[in-house]
Design a protein around this ligand. Structure first.
Ligand code: GLA
Length: 420
């Protein structure tokens, strides 16, 4: 009798696992059909760290110039960034000359980009990397350079001719919501018509929110990733507000993400000035849980070994890049501790516990394993590894066990639960 009930129990657990595989493999909304961003885009983007610095006379090392991108390309290749997956080197605003050329085409500022974007693209490609560029759906870019409104086809063609591999398309200076929507769609189609594979990074929902709720199912059909919320700054306040926005809107945005289309909570600011070590750990862990594009904005010429190791952590990157492509979500918040989880391939789960209490020291937090992954994260047992703040094998746990962790203020403990 005892044996029979054990066999029955095992059979029931196997059936549950089978059900989980079927459910999690169910495809989400239809993605932009360009075959790109099957996992979240990884790379480097200049904006947060270098902004719109045009003064190459006074600040030759940090102005927006081809020299800056060439130096970053060299380091991405030589310092292990490319090897762990950071592939797209992306230019943001302020690369353009103030006027289009006589044929109506955008042109790079000739003083700051003497080789032109085509020359820079060749250099970046010679390093085995890809080049990203920036333009705007409206009449001007946010920093006041020529916008693409009325020029979508010619701009898409110009970028393709130059050998560009990603377009970040901003939403400033658009005179109506209708133009905003139509513009984002038209640029998507124009990029497609060029025949070149160009990742399309949108800010459509961010600029849409003040007017009406964005239709994410539709956005996913046109964009490879899309910004929802304000620009990231180099501060804990900023990272915290991005996480708060994401969790309070998760019902709307999580299910729509998947291979080919991702929510973009903006750049990683790890390696800069504003985040403590624990806060950098939190950004890395949560960007992995959120299946976010990993676009660093930092100075690869001056970065601490600790920040570099965090950004190059292969286990954490593997969570971000997990082929199942399901975005994680906040499971609960209790007493200023948030628990987030993300389903992974092979029935594994990632779990992050964030301590949002900004007074006092490290806090202990105990979770019951059965509460994770809708009860399916650890059936009948699993192997748990702590990945952050440092890697530690925690061993085998039963479905019925509790797990006690210690989390620093504003820090995160990131775990991986693997089926046995
Ligand atoms: C907007 C975008 C930023 C950046 C700047 C450039 O604010 O959201 O990411 O591209 O414009 O001007």
């Amino acid at each position: 009798m005892k044996l029979k009930s054990r066999v029955q129990q095992q059979g029931f657990l196997l059936a549950l696992r089978f059900l989980a595989v079927v459910l999690w493999s169910f495809p989400g909304a239809r993605a932009l059909d360009n075959g790109l961003a099957i996992t979240p885009t990884m790379g480097w983007l200049h904006w947060e760290r270098f902004m719109c610095n045009l003064d190459c006379q006074e600040e030759p090392d940090s102005c927006i110039s081809e020299k800056l991108f060439m130096q970053m390309a060299e380091l991405m290749e030589s310092d292990g960034w490319k090897d762990v997956g950071y592939e797209y080197l992306c230019i943001d605003d302020c690369w353009m000359a103030p006027e289009r050329d006589s044929n109506g085409r955008l042109q790079a500022d000739p003083k700051r980009f003497p080789s032109g974007i085509r020359g820079l693209a060749d250099y970046v490609h010679s390093k085995g990397l890809k080049l990203g560029i920036y333009a705007d759906v409206g009449n001007k870019t946010c920093a006041g350079f020529p916008g693409s409104f009325g020029h979508y086809d010619i701009d898409a063609k110009t970028f393709a001719d130059w050998g560009v591999d990603l377009l970040k398309f901003d939403g400033c200076y658009c005179d109506s919501v209708e133009h905003l929507e139509k513009g984002y769609k038209r640029m998507s189609l124009a990029l497609n018509r060029t025949g070149r594979s160009i990742v399309y990074s949108c800010e459509w929902p961010l600029y849409m929110w003040p007017f009406r709720k964005p239709n994410y199912t539709e956005i996913r059909q046109y964009c490879n990733h899309w910004r929802n919320f304000e620009d990231v700054y180099d501060s804990w306040q900023s990272v915290k507000s991005i996480l708060a926005w994401t969790s309070s809107n998760q019902k709307r945005i999580v299910d729509v993400a998947g291979p080919g289309g991702w929510n973009d909570p903006d750049m990683l600011v790890i390696g800069n000035f504003g985040l403590s070590w624990d806060q950098q750990v939190t950004q890395m862990a949560l960007w992995a849980i959120m299946a976010a594009p990993l676009l660093m904005s930092n100075d690869l010429r001056h970065i601490s070994p600790q920040a570099k190791a965090l950004l190059q952590d292969k286990d954490v990157i593997a969570i971000n890049q997990d082929p199942l492509g399901k975005q994680g979500y906040r499971l609960r918040k209790e007493d200023n501790i948030e628990v987030w989880e993300r389903p992974l391939s092979d029935l594994a789960w990632a779990v992050a516990m964030v301590n949002l209490q900004e007074i006092g020291g490290p806090r202990f937090h105990t979770i019951s394993i059965a509460s994770l992954g809708q009860g399916l994260a650890c059936i009948p047992d699993c192997m748990i590894t702590q990945l952050l703040p440092e890697k530690k094998k925690l061993g085998f746990y039963q479905w019925t066990s509790d797990l006690k962790t210690k989390i620093n203020p504003t820090g995160t403990v990131l775990l991986r639960l693997a089926a046995t």
